[in-house]
Design a protein around this ligand. Sequence first.
Ligand SMILES: NC(=O)c1ccc[n+]([C@@H]2O[C@H](COP(=O)([O-])OP(=O)(O)OC[C@H]3O[C@@H](n4cnc5c(N)ncnc54)[C@H](OP(=O)(O)O)[C@@H]3O)[C@@H](O)[C@H]2O)c1
Ligand SMILES: [Zn+2]
Length: 339
Amino acid sequence: MSIMRVVQVSHPNGPLELVEREIPEPQAGSVRIKVQACGICHSDSFTKEGTFPGIHYPRIPGHEIAGMIDAVGSGVAGWLPGQRVGVGWHGGHCGHCDSCRRGDFVTCQTAAEVPGITYDGGYADYMIAPAEALALIPEDLSAVEAGPLMCAGITTFNSLRNSGAQPGDVVAILGIGGLGHLGVQFAAKMGFKTVAIARGADKGPLVRELGAWHYIDSQKEDPAAELIKLGGARIILSTATSGKAVSAVLGGLGINGRMIIVGVAEPFEVSPITLIGGRRSIVGWPAGRSIDSQDTLRFSALTGVRSMNEVFPLERAAEAYERMMSGKARFRVVLRTGH
Ligand SMILES: NC(=O)c1ccc[n+]([C@@H]2O[C@H](COP(=O)([O-])OP(=O)(O)OC[C@H]3O[C@@H](n4cnc5c(N)ncnc54)[C@H](OP(=O)(O)O)[C@@H]3O)[C@@H](O)[C@H]2O)c1
Ligand SMILES: [Zn+2]
């Protein structure tokens, strides 16, 4: 019997425990991945804290997976052992509901799968993933570089590239954590006048290095008023986990401006007058399909967008998770296995 190390949560709010399990075999339509790196996303708190519906425990978290195909199940076309692949939040779909028939797999209503939520994820030496969830990793990205791009990367890249903003438009990124620091880089590389909004002075120099044109310290200045001074934002991409932080910037949207919510914040207040008068809107955005992940990886390889990572070995996952949750990480925490 071959054994692997995994880090699992046994019950909601339980600890992240390092245990041994048998290495699983890939079923039909799936591959086994030798995990090399897995980013720790704030959304892993859904699994840790049990705040996402329908999670069965014990569960292995992790949906920012980068590794190598190690075994291929029956009926899988186009994927071979030895290929370097990533898996993100969108971890599988039914393929035949109305959404899937439109190619909108992300909104699959019948069998939307998520690694670390509906099946075991990447805090492990090996994992199983459906073939439709795989994205090819370009040669010039290491596994540690690719991992965070599979959720923090695709979510910000894909929402910005579909936002309707044009080069030169003011695009603000609210919250500079794992998602936000990649959002700043993507926005700058896409040619937007990129404004970073976060708490505290220390992030100012860092976001300028990442390509931000302007920094607003929301603890010192009114972020909405500052955005209006810049002409008003075409887009505000909110990665913040605080509803109050979202409310505080909404007034900074320009005419036809749009707030894109990717951060899972508590409910927040909106003034209908603000929305109606300037035809402003608020929309949500889920990460994207595996092909969008592949586009994210390619764009990052091409333009030099990289996650700034603090790397921990798999066995220190509990400490690494606390580091991410503390908000002190600069900026993503990534687990590395020995592979
Ligand atoms: N839509 C999607 O598909 C998708 C994908 C991935 C993640 N998410 C969600 O996106 C959010 C960010 O994830 P992450 O991994 O980037 O987390 P993270 O690294 O922990 O960053 C959290 C961000 O929230 C901000 N924040 C936290 N508490 C705040 C407060 N009291 N007031 C103002 N801002 C506060 C921080 O802002 P400062 O910079 O000011 O410290 C920080 O930038 C999470 O809610 C996660 O679940 C959504
Ligand atoms: Zn995530």
